[in-house]
Write a protein that binds this ligand. Structure first.
Ligand code: FPP
Length: 258
């Protein structure tokens, strides 16, 4: 069986090890069908289940989805409580299949800020799938990239690390997704072109793909289109491109990463 752990050690860079997705467009999907926004979120869950399977089939080891952001509390109370209930229903409906399909569920976010019922449902799903290795599905819930940087800083201070011992590797170890490689591919559906506070530290060198496709319409074919775009990109990590000539004089040019 394909293992997410093996994938993170793989040298095959044509398939991203880690894909992060902002699942946007549920509300508009519903509105176009004269349905309440909640129906869009419900269809969004079905799309997520399809995409998890598609990602695992394509050898992606880590899939991280933005299910509820720190800012989503600003939505009408009815929509927020609908999303909370939907999460519980979705987990109870799909957990058995996800578990037998080898999906390990993990959660990142400020769980102290959600109801005990929602927190318990998430933690139970994590526990029930902890031994799976085919694909790690991380659900970002009550998550924000700035929250993540802050919680890392707070824990570093609480652990009493001296400033000279703190480098990028230290920060990465304290970030919520320390168990995963950084995202190689960051997809946002729904036509907006912004990061919306998702995985800010971790996505420093991710390839960004924005699509007009609304999340409930996103499926294996749409994922393949994003993967094809990823394959065509030249990842430079701040280095020069393969076709570029080296600096003429051999002078060290200290340019910011591209
Ligand atoms: C953004 O679409 C989507 C969300 C805020 C929630 C995403 C949630 C799911 C896909 C369902 C799975 C997660 C849970 C919590 C069960 P939007 O509502 O902003 O769409 P719009 O931009 O068209 O209004």
């Amino acid at each position: 069986m394909f293992s997410a752990l093996n994938a993170s050690a793989s040298k095959d860079q044509t398939v991203p090890r880690h894909v992060a997705i902002v699942m946007d467009g549920n509300g508009r999907w519903a509105k176009r069908r004269f349905m309440p926004r909640g129906m869009g979120h419900k269809a969004g869950v079905d799309a997520l289940v399809t995409v998890v399977q598609a990602a695992a089939d394509r050898g992606i080891g880590f899939l991280t989805v933005f299910a509820f952001s720190s800012e989503n509390w600003k939505r009408p109370e009815e929509e927020v409580s609908g999303l909370m209930s939907l999460l519980i229903v979705a987990l109870s409906k799909h957990l058995t299949k996800l578990r037998t399909d080898g999906v390990q569920i993990r959660v990142v976010g400020d769980l102290a800020g959600v109801s005990p019922k929602v927190r318990q449902a998430l933690l139970d799903a994590c526990e029930a799938t902890a031994h799976n290795e085919r694909l790690v599905l991380t659900v970002a819930f009550n998550y924000g990239g700035r929250w993540d940087v802050l919680q890392a800083c707070r824990r570093i201070v609480a652990d009493g690390l001296s400033p000279d011992r703190i480098d990028e590797a230290t920060m990465s170890r304290y970030m919520a997704m320390s168990y995963a490689p950084d995202p190689d591919l960051f997809i946002r559906t729904g036509g907006e072109v912004r990061l919306s506070n998702f995985l800010l530290w971790q996505s420093a060198y991710a390839e960004l793909v924005f699509t007009d496709c609304l999340w409930p319409d996103f499926d294996g074919r749409e994922l393949d289109k994003a993967l094809e775009t990823f394959r065509r990109r030249e990842r430079r990590f701040g280095d020069v491109g393969q076709d570029d000539e080296p600096p003429a004089s051999g002078l060290a040019v200290n340019t910011p990463g591209n």
